[in-house]
Each structure stands twice: as structure tokens, then as C-alpha cells.
Design a protein. Structure first.
Length: 472
């Protein structure tokens, strides 16, 4: 939707509406135009203004689909009120409008009933006209992929016969991204760019795939192409900032996160990433201030991001030796709905360990491991915390006890075991684990093992370099 908001057409529409509002005059707009304005306000984090415009549209067009769908989505996604969202959806007059089907299905998905959404949409299919059939298939596939329900998205996409359509290929590329088949997703978006080089979204998705593969220079280049088309392309600003941050160019990254935050004030990513950069620069007070801003934004607009924000706040406080404040952040994480208390117990242990309270750390790690039933994910997180705090032998002992099925579930474990083996002088095991890490999880190999290699070396070349330069 952002692309439309950047057009002259929408700028003129918004200006006409706001000027009329300031003069206290009425202006004739249809329900779709008013909903576009309401969606813009919502996108800018002005949910109250968005609802007010939607209500104004409904006062003139009772039962209109577009404003009711918008209000329902605000109730569902911002206010966490699925019952209220459903009540609003049922006020839609045209029960055969495809958007009526979509909002009801979305409510099912958000309340973790994706299979029920699928069954409901199957019943709707009989009511879809022939000329809307292909659109319906692609829209439903897009809806499921928006919520990372890739199996269901594939099911609906594969019914479509419009394989050459950009929308089909775009949806397939997104499915592949969430399935972590980044190379194939890149191939699709590169082909889409060849066909439509001025579509910024395709450049954004290409950058997103490249980030996932650790191709940071390439992600920067793709983001720059998008920004050349539209200097305010928000996703491109975010992805370029994130790539710069991965390359430890924190000062330059901050400028992109600030620009992104000015465009998307209701999104946590601007202040969150800026806060992380400042923390990495040892500017803890300013970093924490930005993380606090991110937490406030998350509480108001996207509470599902609070866990992530509180975790980064805890790390930042702990690194600044403010143990009490760090532990308070963990308490906040524990208070969240669906909190994983074994995960938070590992984090508590990490904070204690980082602040030299070995007894408390050991107790937390034991509780997390036993409480999870010795889950490999928890065991690995404990080992990573131990390694980060220079307890390399203990971390190695935990990871070397993993079973083959554990490595299959968590292939990144090979990279952690490789770096432990390297530090402990276990040359043969280091090389064996390095080989498997590169093969099974090259992104993890780069992020975990890069300190052992020249900065410009690709993971594919790590093994040859290690065999030549690292003592075995």
C-alpha cells in the first residue's frame, strides 16, 4: 500500500480531504477513497484518526465493505479483539464481496485456526464467480503467506493456472523465502525485476533474501536500487540499515534507521535497530532510550514484538553491568502472554553469568534444561551463553553430547561446536564441524565463525582457508 501513498494521486486526495477538514467543510469522496485515507493514517500509527475517518465513511455509506474491513483489522491486529473484529465484519452488507471472505479468514488465522480458515475459504469458493476465480486463488495464497502458513499458501497457489502472472511469481517467491529456499526465491525476484525493473517491492524482497543468506553487500546494492526509484521506500531503508549493521558500520546504519523511523513511527524497527547500533557503539544510555521508545511503540501498535524488544533491553542493561534492570526486563518477558519460561530462564542465567554470579547462573540453566525436558534448543542456548562468557570447555561438553537428530533439527549447532573445537585446539574436530556447518547452514557459519576468517571471505571458502591457515 505504501507505493500508492507515495503517488501524486493520493497526495492530492489527502491534501483535499485535510484542507476541507481544516475549513470545516464537507468534501465528496466515495467509501474507497475515504478508506484509503484511513489506511494511510493507520499506516502512520494514527489509529484513532484512522477509525474516525472510517466511521465518517460508514456514516455516509452504511455497511460499506472497505471501511468495515479496515476497522475489523484494527480491532484484530492493533487492539487484539478478534470478537470485535468479527462483529465488525458481520456488518458488511455484501456478504459475497471477496473482502468479506478474506477478513473472516484472517480472523481465523490470527487466533491460530489456520485450518479452519482454509475450510471456510473452501466453502466460499462455490460462491466465487468465474471472472473472480483466479484473483481469489492468488489473494487467498497471499493471505496465508502473509502469516507464514506456507503449506496452505502453496495449496491455493498451485490451483492457479496463471503461472506467468507477476502476482503468482511474487507469491511463490515469498513462499520460498519463508521455506528458507533463499536461492530459488532470489532467482524468482531477479526474473521479476527483469520484467519490471521499477517495482521497488521486488528489489526489497531481493534484499530480504540476500540478508537471510548473509550477502550483505548485495543486499545494500538491491536496497540502493529501490531507493533510487523511491528515496522514501521504507523497507529498503530498513534492509540497507540492517545490512550495514551486520557489517558493523553502525554510524551509517543509524542514519537509515532514523529515516525509516520518521516514515514508520508506529513500527518498532526504527528505534529498536538504532538502539542496538548505539549499544554496539557503547553508547548505552542513548541506546536504552531508543529501546525504551521501541518498547512503548510495541505496546501501542504491535505487542507481539515486545518479547524481542525486552530481550534486547535486557542484553543492553547487562552489558552495562546494570543487572537489576536487566532482570526486570526478563520479568516483563515472563509476564507476556505465551511466554516461554524456559527461554527466559536461560536469559536470566546469561545475565547472572555475565555479571559473575556463577551460582545463580548455574541454577537458572539447570531449571531451564530440566524444565524443557532437555530440549536441544534450550541446551544449545545455554551452551551459547557459556561460550559467550568464555566457558568454552563447558559449552563444548554440552554440544558434543548432542545426538544426530539434534544436529538435524538445529544445523547451526555445527558452527557453535566448530568454534568451541577451534578455541580448544581440537583441530580435526574443528575441520569436520566446519565442513558440516558450511554445508548445512552457511548463514550461521558466517555469523558465528566469521571472527576466524578475513572479513571478505565467503563461507564457501572457509574450509580451504582453515585447512591452510588454522593449526590442526
Amino acid at each position: 500500500m505504501q507505493g500508492y501513498f507515495d503517488t501524486k494521486e493520493f497526495e492530492q486526495l489527502l491534501a483535499s480531504y485535510e484542507e476541507a477538514q481544516q475549513r470545516g467543510e464537507s468534501i465528496y469522496l466515495d467509501s474507497e477513497q475515504m478508506t484509503d485515507i484511513a489506511e494511510y493514517y493507520h499506516w502512520m500509527g494514527r489509529s484513532d484518526d484512522a477509525v474516525a475517518v472510517a466511521d465518517q465513511a460508514l456514516s455516509m455509506y452504511e455497511g460499506a465493505t472497505a471501511p468495515l474491513v479496515l476497522k475489523a483489522r484494527i480491532a484484530l491486529l492493533t487492539n487484539n479483539d478478534p470478537k470485535g473484529a468479527l462483529a465488525l465484519a458481520e456488518q458488511i452488507e455484501d456478504k459475497y464481496d471477496l473482502d468479506y471472505y478474506y477478513i473472516k479468514a484472517e480472523i481465523f488465522i490470527v487466533i491460530d485456526k489456520a485450518e479452519e480458515a482454509d475450510l471456510y475459504l473452501e466453502t466460499c469458493l462455490d460462491q466465487v464467480s468465474d471472472n473472480e476465480y483466479e484473483d481469489f486463488l492468488l489473494d487467498v495464497a497471499t493471505l496465508f503467506v502473509d502469516y507464514e502458513q506456507t503449506a496452505l499458501a502453496r495449496k491455493w497457489l498451485e490451483r492457479s493456472e496463471e503461472h506467468e502472472l507477476n502476482d503468482y511469481q511474487e507469491t511463490l517467491g515469498r513462499i520460498l523465502y519463508f521455506e528458507k529456499d533463499y536461492e530459488e526465491s532470489i532467482r524468482i525476484f531477479e526474473q521479476l525485476i527483469d520484467n519490471s525493473p521499477y517495482t521497488t517491492y521486488y528489489w526489497d524482497m531481493l534484499a530480504c533474501d540476500q540478508l537471510a543468506l548473509g550477502l550483505y553487500d548485495e543486499a545494500i546494492t538491491s536496497s540502493e536500487f529501490a531507493l533510487a526509484i523511491n528515496p522514501n521506500e521504507d523497507s529498503a531503508l530498513l534492509y540497507k540499515g540492517q545490512a550495514l549493521m551486520r557489517l558493523k558500520n553502525y554510524e551509517e546504519a543509524i542514519a537509515y534507521f532514523e529515516h525509516y523511523g520518521s516514515l514508520r513511527p508506529s513500527n518498532v524497527d526504527g528505534p529498536l535497530n538504532k538502539g542496538l547500533c548505539l549499544t554496539y557503539l557503547n553508547q548505552h544510555a542513548e541506546g536504552i532510550a531508543n529501546l525504551e521508545k521501541a518498547a512503548d511503540t510495541a505496546r501501542r501498535h504491535c505487542p507481539e514484538r515486545l518479547w524481542e524488544v525486552y530481550q534486547e533491553m535486557a542484553f543492553s542493561y547487562s552489558q552495562n553491568h546494570e543487572e537489576t534492570k536487566a532482570l526486570k526486563c526478563i520479568d516483563l518477558m515472563d509476564s507476556l502472554k505465551d511466554a516461554d519460561h524456559n527461554e527466559t530462564m536461560v536469559l536470566r542465567g546469561h545475565i547472572y553469568l555475565e555479571n559473575f554470579d556463577l551460582t545463580s547462573a548455574h541454577d537458572c540453566f539447570r531449571q531451564a534444561i530440566e524444565g524443557s525436558g532437555y530440549a536441544p534448543q534450550i541446551m544449545m542456548r545455554v551452551a551459547v551463553s557459556l561460550y559467550d562468557n568464555n566457558y568454552v570447555q563447558t559449552a563444548y561438553n554440552i554440544l558434543s553430547g548432542f545426538q544426530p537428530k539434534d544436529f538435524e533439527e538445529l544445523p547451526q549447532t555445527y558452527a557453535y561446536l566448530a568454534i568451541c573445537a577451534h578455541d580448544l585446539g581440537k583441530g580435526k574436530e574443528y575441520i569436520n564441524c566446519l565442513r558440516k556447518a558450511i554445508q548445512l547452514s552457511p548463514v550461521s557459519a558466517r555469523s558465528i565463525l566469521s571472527p576466524l576468517f578475513p572479513a571478505d571471505l565467503e563461507p564457501a571458502d572457509y574450509l580451504a582457508y582453515a585447512q591452510k591457515h588454522h593449526h590442526q
